[in-house]
Design a protein around this ligand. Structure first.
Ligand code: G3P
Length: 220
């Protein structure tokens, strides 16, 4: 399963790239507002220099023409831009039109298996079910991921399931087991995946024992 970072923070993206675990990036207007530090376009351009993987850029227009204008503009920024379009009637039409122009899309705000199926049919290459937000309203978000992964496998649909709204490391493991092709995670969750209390205490213990050995056997 590929790991994307769900952020518009350049330093976080650089860190994940240095760790060798970054397969792509997803952004949205909320993440851009949190990150600040330049226009959305300039941040996207910089992100695309850090990772050769897909970088999702989200439109805010709600009508087809507006989505197409924004999507085409994003696509000019770099070859690895994927235009993120919300699930809606206009969104499906924009996805289909951009597909005809060979501009890849990521259908976002997917909360049901049928929405994901339609988005794939319209031509989105990435389908983003929001797991955490479904869990928030007492539904099992991971079921949508599992069902979409199964349906795409059964029917040989080439779109990839991108598990989004990942709230913790357990979600990532569950998404991998459910057959998600990609999980997009906040940097905090990526860090939580790196660490384990026994690893951290083990490193400290090895260091302490090494220092002790230097004092007792030092110079011999
Ligand atoms: O990519 C957007 C998605 O991951 C949103 O996550 O935590 O705002 O529900 P969240």
């Amino acid at each position: 399963m590929k790991i994307f970072l769900d952020t518009a923070d350049i330093e976080e993206i650089r860190a994940a790239a240095r760790w060798g675990v970054l397969d792509g990036v997803t952004t949205n207007p909320t993440l851009f507002a949190k990150a600040g530090g330049g226009s959305y376009e300039s941040i996207l351009a910089e992100v695309c220099t850090i990772t050769p993987g897909p970088v999702s850029a989200e439109v805010v227009a709600e009508d087809v023409d507006g989505m197409l204008i924004q999507g085409r503009a994003f696509a000019k920024i770099a070859p690895n831009i994927v235009v993120k379009i919300p699930m809606s009637e206009a969104g499906l039409e924009a996805i289909a039109r951009l597909r005809a122009e060979k501009i890849p899309t990521n259908c976002t705000l997917v909360f049901s298996t049928n929405q994901g199926l339609l988005a794939a049919k319209a031509g989105a290459v990435l389908i983003s079910p929001f797991v955490g937000r479904l869990d928030d309203i007492n539904e099992d978000g991971m079921t949508v991921v599992r069902e979409l992964a199964e349906i795409f496998a059964i029917h040989e649909i080439k779109s990839e399931v991108l598990a989004a709204s990942m709230r913790g490391p357990l979600h990532v493991t569950q998404a991998a087991l459910a057959g998600a092709h990609i999980a997009t995670v906040p940097f905090k969750v990526l860090r939580q995946m790196v660490h384990h209390p026994l690893t951290d205490s083990g490193i400290a213990q090895f260091r302490a024992d090494w220092d002790k050995a230097q004092r007792t056997h030092g110079g011999s």
